[in-house]
Write a protein that binds this ligand. Structure first.
Ligand code: AP5
Ligand code: MG
Length: 216
């Protein structure tokens, strides 16, 4: 018997991790843990950690591992944390992946699958610079690929790190520090490659197929 659905969404900036996690979390009644969203929220609230993180984020650098690992530990070890969860944008360094392995061993949980959402690099600049997110619902749109039918229904904003300069840096950081996790998780047998340049609903279906198969 599985002790819950435990997913990692891996993928470059703009691959669609947040878009897919939003839908999949609702479907499986899972907590959607986006380290990026947690840091942006902390920055909006003006906490010391949030303001410090924002300087890393806006220039496209990663926030230090110990800060991120602390945030995850706090959530995963909380008594009320849901049985099913999705990590969106965590881990993204080898040190974070090793810390997660240790934490899961401590709390006696297994990974169900690591979904590597794969999108050709040349699509990502448009996806990110034309992204708009709703402040109220967290729903993610794109002015070109995925526009809202009625924009007046949403409170749309553009992320501060979606400038061409910051995106260039984020893609480079992804290739150097996060891409090696594909091989790391492939070795554990947990990796599933998902073609991410299809329609949003088709990508969702491919993820559901893997989750249902691995969660038997
Ligand atoms: P984070 O918020 O995680 O950003 P990211 O990894 O750069 O990824 P994005 O959120 O930009 O992309 P996404 O894959 O979620 O794509 P989305 O669904 O929005 O992190 C931000 C920063 O926080 C980092 O740079 C770092 O500083 C810090 N940070 C966070 N986690 C950290 C960690 N673990 N360690 C250290 N630092 C950390 O989609 C993108 C666009 O594409 C949207 O416009 C969407 O509408 C569109 N789209 C989605 N799917 C499709 C599709 N199938 N077809 C066409 N368009 C699509
Ligand atoms: Mg995201």
């Amino acid at each position: 018997m599985s002790n819950g659905i435990h997913l990692i969404f891996l993928g470059a900036p703009g691959a669609g991790k947040g878009t897919q996690a939003h839908v999949i979390a609702e479907q499986y009644q899972a907590a959607h843990v986006s380290t990026g969203d947690i840091l942006r929220q902390a920055a909006r609230e003006g906490t010391e950690m949030g303001l410090k993180a924002k300087t890393f984020m806006d220039s496209g650098h990663l926030v230090p591992d110990e800060v991120i690992i602390g945030l995850i530990r706090e959530r995963l070890t909380h008594a009320d944390f849901p049985k099913n969860w999705i990590m969106d944008g965590f881990p993204r360094t080898l040190a974070q992946a090793q810390a997660l392995d240790q934490l899961l061993a401590e709390i006696g949980q297994d990974l169900t699958a690591v979904l590597n959402i794969d999108v050709p690099l040349d699509l990502l600049m448009d996806r990110l610079t034309l992204r708009r997110t709703c402040r109220k619902t967290g729903k993610i749109f794109n002015l070109k690929f995925n526009p809202p039918e009625d924009p007046s229904l949403y409170d749309l904003y553009q992320r501060d790190d979606d400038t061409p300069e910051a995106v260039e840096k984020r893609l480079k950081v992804y290739q150097e520090q996060t891409q090696p996790l594909i091989a790391y998780y492939d070795k554990t047998g947990k990796l599933a490659d998902i073609q991410g340049d299809l329609e949003v609903t088709q990508v969702t279906e491919a993820i559901q197929e893997v989750v249902n198969q691995r969660n038997r």
